[in-house]
Design a protein around this ligand. Structure first.
Ligand code: FES
Length: 580
């Protein structure tokens, strides 16, 4: 894409607050001077907001204040004026009922922070799963020049000489304890080994996937995604990004220049190649909705279908993000996609260069981590979108994390009405279930939970685990942690709490999953389905007031990104009135 930089110098939006001699300007500028800023800093140079999702309760982002100092250094060096702004931070591992319920609230609050304050451009300082999409959504809606800097993944975990992946081994170890092959004491001993340093999950979970999405979309400098949090090069990346955003403001290089349909197609294919998280589906759909790009679930299936997964990282493979970085990181993957004609080479990036210009010199330093095509983990690594009378608007499954023998399966439904019902009955030895059954979990979607929790990879009953069986077909309207695995059908839409067909599945119904045919079928007649749907009444209105109410009443389906209906679209960044 050809981008024509704007003329410089010109008047920036921050001058509406800081430029001139009016009473209002003296009021705004004078208050800033109580921090000791010299007068000439208000001379029209770019004011850059460092939107920082640091929080002690988001430990994945716990080092971002330190990293912000490097961003500031870069901004100063390039002649900008950095201002650090605390941004809503929803930790995946802490926030209840689920961090996903707050992705849209974070996006809303950050959008208004960007629009309502004297900011000409923004550095989006993010890391944990929801922080990356929420800030990207905000930037897309304001369309102010923005650049993503992620905090980077933790170092490899090790326990008893083996690699331990964030999340992935939490699920594995907890099932090993239930199966009686690991002691509770060993599980506790393994706890510290999972989190050896600052940073985000060290697997190709949602945080690493979204860092990769930001880079593949062109919204982060090349190479950003994989650098470990504690590597000195992470700090260099922060400083370089600080320098770059100042020039982006001068050039007026905006998210809408970068976030094109081609950019989203690049990101979808990249997600297939890295074996990325199913969560990327809802996040990219939501970001696209903020810039008015017509991106659908069908695009996910179309673009991802023929992409081989070549990144050998957990949960699909065996290595971790540290090794991905040493192997060359995402630029190697993007170059490979380009060589296969699966990348829009001309897509613009925040550097002002095209994607191809950024990645063409990338070198693979470890072919066991970034695999040659002939050794790919799977030939069809993209997200599979299945449809049928059980999911008229679609549901998703990650083939690279599923068991091949279950990708075509017909089984008897064992139904859990909600997560509480599941928790109450799953360990009951009298539960009528065997490994050929299909586990069905309802009322965990965007409205139902509320917030669409990561409970779709529900653990198997202990009596089945004890037989050495580790996977069964599971279907829900929930999400799944990007660090998880299994033959798990997720995001079923419309969701149960909105009266989708999932709501009327009954124990004993037969369900057919055929991933190669992209089909998910409830084996009852059309008449029977219509009768059940007509008799259905909502049972999961759990949010009488507050933000939860707002969310439950305005959230859209997972098939369109689960954004709030009134937040979709780009509202720009016009400077509002001052009331003084
Ligand atoms: Fe925060 Fe994984 S839980 S990055």
């Amino acid at each position: 894409m050809t981008f024509k930089p704007a003329e410089w110098p010109r008047k920036l939006r921050s001058q509406e607050w800081y430029g001139g001699t009016s009473r209002d300007v003296i009021y705004h500028r004078g208050w800033m001077k109580n921090q000791g800023y010299p007068h000439d800093l208000f001379d029209g140079r770019p004011v850059i907001g460092i939107m920082n999702t640091w929080s002690d309760l988001t430990p994945c982002n716990g080092h971002l204040r330190e990293l912000a100092e490097k961003v500031k250094a870069g901004i100063w060096e390039a002649g900008g004026f950095p201002v650090e702004v605390p941004a809503f931070s929803a930790s995946e591992n802490t926030f209840r009922p689920t961090a996903m319920m707050f992705r849209n609230l974070a996006a809303l609050s950050i959008e208004e922070q960007m629009r309502g304050q004297p900011i000409d451009g923004a550095v989006l300082l993010v890391g944990c799963d929801k922080t990356t999409p929420s800030l990207l959504m905000a930037a897309a809606s304001t369309d102010l020049p923005s650049i993503v800097v992620t905090g980077g993944p933790m170092l490899n975990g090790y326990f008893q000489g083996e690699r331990v992946g964030s999340g992935t081994h939490l699920w594995k170890f907890s099932e090993a304890v239930k199966a009686g092959v690991m002691t509770q004491e060993e599980f506790l001993e393994a706890e510290q080994s999972m989190s050896r340093s600052s940073g985000t999950c060290n697997t190709m979970g949602t945080a690493s996937s979204m860092a990769s999405m930001a880079e593949a979309l062109g919204m982060a400098l090349s190479g950003n995604a994989a650098i470990p949090a504690v590597d000195s090069r992470r700090r260099v990346m922060a400083q370089m990004s600080g320098r770059r955003i100042v020039q982006m403001v001068k050039d007026d290089l905006k998210p809408s220049d970068i976030l094109t349909k081609q950019a989203f197609e690049n990101a979808i294919r990249t997600n297939g190649a890295i074996g990325g998280s199913t969560n990327a589906v809802v996040h990219l759909l939501a970001i696209a909705g903020r810039v008015g790009i017509d991106l659908t679930l069908d695009d996910w299936d179309r673009c991802g279908r023929d992409v081989a997964t070549i990144v050998n990282l957990m949960p699909s493979g065996k290595y971790l993000m540290e090794e991905f970085f040493y192997a060359g990181g995402l630029p190697v993957v993007l170059k490979r996609l380009a060589e296969e004609e699966l990348l829009h080479k001309e897509a613009l990036t925040v550097s002002g260069l095209t994607m191809w210009e950024e990645v063409k010199e990338a070198v693979n330093h470890n072919v066991d981590v970034i695999l040659p095509l002939e050794n790919a983990l799977t030939d069809q690594g993209g997200i599979a979108v299945v449809k049928g009378n059980l999911a008229p608007a679609g549901a998703v499954l990650k083939p690279s994390a599923a068991s091949p023998h279950l990708l075509q399966h017909r089984g008897r439904a064992v139904v859990f009405e909600d997560i509480d019902d599941y928790k109450a009955r799953i360990e009951d030895d009298d539960l009528d279930i065997d490994e050929t059954c299909v586990m069905v979990l309802k009322n965990c979607g965007p409205k139902g939970y509320p917030g669409m929790s990561e409970v779709g990879n529900m653990g198997l009953p202990p009596k089945i685990l004890k037989k050495g069986i580790t996977d069964m077909v599971r279907i829900s309207d929930a999400r799944m942690s990007g660090t998880a695995y299994g033959t798990v059908v997720l995001h079923t839409a419309p969701e149960a709490a909105a009266g989708g067909p999932l709501a009327v599945v009954q124990n004993g119904d037969m369900i057919e999953l055929d991933v190669p045919a992209r089909r998910l079928h409830l084996d009852i007649s059309d008449e029977e389905l219509a009768t059940r749907l007509a008799a259905w009444e909502p049972t999961h209105d759990r949010a009488p007031s507050g933000y939860a109410w707002l969310h439950q009443h305005h959230v859209e389906g997972a098939d369109t990104g689960a954004d709030l209906d009134f937040l979709k679209g780009c509202r720009g960044s016009p400077v509002g009135k001052d009331s003084h």
